[in-house]
Design a protein around this ligand. Structure first.
Ligand SMILES: Nc1ncnc2c1ncn2[C@@H]1O[C@H](COP(=O)(O)OP(=O)(O)OP(=O)(O)O)[C@@H](O)[C@H]1O
Length: 750
């Protein structure tokens, strides 16, 4: 078996934490190997239950360290190297900080959230990290609230197109809304302070720009509820200055409104409680756990620098990234439709992917940070399942950015390093978790992403075992692995060389829980693994007992190292057993592949269903759009036709009018001709002999003209002349026929 410490090139230190089992009736399948003196345990043996139908082999796994059931939160914080990671993020004197990542991995209900976020009595790694950071940076924090230049400089230095805001402003936005908001949970035994109700009706309880004097009783209650935030009250002058002279009125105003909101019926909240509610509750700081304490931990801090601590939170839900700090009160619908964020390179971060467009909150002390954390946790998706009453349905990312710059009259640029704490959702079996509908679909996505994570972890450990670069770790398969692995593998084109991220994976397991699911996670997360001994089925034992296997098979025992021979001491039997162990190992491995394939299949099936649903929705949408377009085109055509018809009628009228004018002119010519003819008759008599022929001609001409006149009159009464030969006239004739419906199959009035 390989030595437990990971190779220095490996990406993660992998720790195993065992939780106290709450299923006492179940057989314990996981044993911790007793280490040699003064060493912490590093190896475990997984013994399949006696009734295991698959008759799997006993397996042995190695981790950086194993924490047994009695290990507390502080043990984990100290012994997993989290303290050194905090120090790394702060950065040594004159150096930039180093990014750090802690993630938990395990079956549902195995204690991941407990480790990361704690419970009602104990803090988790996140709170401990925040406490340690604020303890050491507290005296060196940049005056974000009082200096006009600090906050803009922080905004300008952010490369992730984030929306930065001071914590007081953020909390005010969230808790100052009138309609309430979705809460992850409410703790049942809430304290509703009647004194508080009375007090909060008093006007001007807290400093406002208007300068009202605070009520003493209110102040006491506020002190009790929010001891650390009372500093805002202390800043109030005895005689409040006019608004314009207040040093930071914006700081007071929002906070005052926030505090005023405390006048509403008050309940303490925590992500740890279970009942769902749509009411808005301000988290109660005094109800949050204070234990364990990190007061005795000493770190080196660069005192020549000033710091800023920026908190952001997001979750990966159904393979999409959602900000946990954006929801405002009463935004139930908005909450359901939360915009997905992109993990991408930005203009200011061309060589490194970041979650773009997050909301980030600049916190001035631990209490503000804890309130922001609680607020974000209320947005995180959780649900009660058959396996866990508050089961995380998303992978939660809690990011603490430490910004640092050299203190001087002209301060240096801000550098930034991030401590990321990841609470992964747990893998679960639908049968055990009894999930259906949406939660079943969520579980499919969770299992799918964890399967990809498992593949990446296995391949990366393979990569370091074989020291070959030919293996490509498929970390781009899903958002989770992309977020966890990109900064390990992505080539850096930046000229600024950053130290590689320090990463720790804490695998959580219930030694008496689900053997199959836990075994699978241990298999891909362990730093080293081995088959210890086969579980020999009784029938096989019988066969072996009477077998006379050829001695040549004895050499086949070279596959699994460190293997013991529990059945017989004879060489032949040992050889057979080795062979059997190999076969069983191969079967176990095939079964594992089969399980993975089944999970993949399930994942693909869900993806197909989702794609089909999307396809149907898209088809419906296309049909709707088509119908709308048809309507629009039809209406437009009708309008044009009406216009054309009017134009044609006007043209026809003008033509008829013009025809009438020509006719009139001709008639008048004719009449004049006739009159002239009468007048000439006298002359005709005189010159009859000479002009007789001329008179006949004129009479013929008059006859022709009369005939034409008749025709014209007839044509005028019938409509436009059939003899219009020009194309435009023909067109008009055709159109007139169309509008009249003659020969076009179209009704009159169409
Ligand atoms: N080490 C521990 N000591 C005491 N209680 C624990 C421990 N680990 C877990 N628990 C308790 O077990 C329950 C389930 O734990 P938790 O919610 O942390 O599981 P999880 O792994 O995060 O599950 P999921 O993946 O479904 O979110 C909680 O009530 C938690 O307090």
């Amino acid at each position: 078996m390989d030595p437990p410490p990971r190779p220095s090139t490996s990406l993660f230190d992998v720790y195993l934490r065992l939780r106290p089992s709450n299923t006492a009736e179940h057989e314990r399948f996981l044993q911790v190997e007793t280490p040699s003196a003064s060493h912490a345990p590093t190896h475990i043996t997984v013994q399949p239950p006696a009734n295991d139908p698959r008759k799997r082999a006993i397996e042995k796994f190695a981790f950086t360290r194993v924490f047994e059931e009695d290990a507390g939160q502080l043990d984990l914080f100290r012994e997993t190297g989290a303290v050194q990671m905090v120090e790394g993020v702060l950065g040594a004197k004159g150096r930039e900080g180093r990014d750090a990542l802690i993630a938990t991995l395990g079956v549902t209900g195995s204690g991941k959230s407990h480790t990361i976020l704690g419970d009602k009595a104990q803090r988790g790694l996140t709170q401990l990290t925040l406490d340690l950071l604020f303890q050491h940076t507290g005296p060196h924090l940049a005056p974000v609230d009082t200096s006009a230049a600090v906050f803009p400089s922080l905004c300008a230095a952010d490369v992730s197109e984030a929306q930065l805001m001071p914590a007081a402003h953020f909390l005010d936005n969230i808790y100052d809304e009138p309609h309430g908001r979705a809460s992850r949970a409410t703790t049942p035994a809430m304290v509703c302070d009647s004194a508080f109700h009375t007090i909060t009706r008093l006007p001007g309880a807290f400093p406002t720009p208007e300068g009202l004097v605070p009520a003493k009783k209110t102040t006491q209650v506020f002190h009790r509820l929010y001891p650390s935030l009372s500093k805002y009250q202390l800043q109030q002058p005895a005689t409040p200055p006019p608004q314009s002279t207040l040093k930071s009125p914006s700081r007071f105003a929002p906070l005052t409104r926030s505090i005023a909101k405390l006048t509403s019926p008050f309940q303490e909240t925590s992500f740890l409680s279970t009942a769902q509610t749509s009411r808005k509750y301000v988290p109660r700081l005094s109800a949050l756990p204070q234990y364990p304490s990190v007061d005795d931990i000493e770190l080196d801090v660069d005192t020549t620098c000033e710091y800023a601590i920026v908190v952001s939170m997001y979750e990966v839900y159904n393979d999409k990234i959602h900000d946990l700090l954006t929801a405002s009160a009463g935004a139930m619908k908005a909450l359901q439709k939360r915009r997905a964020l992109l993990y991408q390179k930005t203009e200011l971060s061309p060589d490194r992917k970041v979650v773009a467009g997050l909301r980030k909150v600049v916190c001035s002390d631990l209490d503000e940070a804890l309130l922001v954390l609680e607020t974000g946790l209320q947005e995180r998706r959780v649900a009660g399942t058959g396996s866990n009453a508050t089961s995380s349905r998303s992978h939660g990312f809690f990011c603490i950015e430490v910004k640092k710059r050299h203190r001087a009259s002209i301060p240096g640029p801000w550098s930034s390093s991030t401590f990321t704490i990841v609470d992964l959702a747990g893998s679960e079996r639908a049968r055990t978790a009894k999930t259906t509908g949406t939660h079943l679909a969520e579980a499919g996505k969770i299992n799918g992403s964890l399967m990809y994570l498992g593949q990446c972890m296995e391949l990366q450990s393979e990569l370091h075992r074989t020291t070959t670069s030919a293996i490509a770790v498929p970390y781009r398969n899903c958002k989770l692995t992309e977020l966890l692995f990109t900064n390990f593998f992505a080539p850096s084109t930046s000229t600024v060389r950053r130290q590689p991220q320090k990463a720790v994976m804490i695998v959580t397991a219930d030694p008496g829980g689900d053997f199959n699911a836990t075994g699978q996670i241990l298999r891909y997360s362990a730093l080293a693994k081995n088959i210890v001994a086969p579980r020999v089925p009784s029938t096989t034992s019988t066969i072996l007992a009477g077998s006379n296997a050829p001695p040549s098979r004895a050499g086949a025992n070279s596959t699994a190292s460190g293997r013991a021979s529990p059945i017989s001491s004879s060489a032949t039997t040992a050889a057979l057993q080795d062979e059997l162990a190999t076969a069983l190992a191969a079967i176990a491995s095939l079964r594992q592949d089969l399980e993975i394939t089944a999970m993949e299949l399930q994942h693909e099936r869900l993806r197909r269903e989702e794609a089909e649903e999307n396809w149907q929705a898209a088809t419906l949408q296309a049909e709707e759009i088509e119908a709308e377009v048809r309507e629009e085109v039809w209406a437009e055509m009708e309008a044009r036709l009406v216009l054309e018809r009017r134009r044609w009628r006007a043209a026809r009228d003008a033509e008829v009018e013009a025809g009438g004018a020509v006719l009139d002119a001709k008639i008048s010519v004719l009449v004049r001709g006739l009159e002239d003819g009468e007048a000439d008759k006298e002359n005709v008599e005189i010159f009859q002999d000479d002009e007789g022929e001329r008179v006949r001609e004129l009479e013929d001409e008059v006859g022709i003209l009369k005939g034409r006149l008749r025709e014209t009159e007839e044509a005028g009464s019938r409509g436009p002349s059939k003899e219009m030969r020009s194309p435009s006239k023909k067109m008009r004739v055709l159109k007139s026929r169309r509008w009249d419906g003659s020969g076009m199959g179209v009704e009159e009035g169409w």
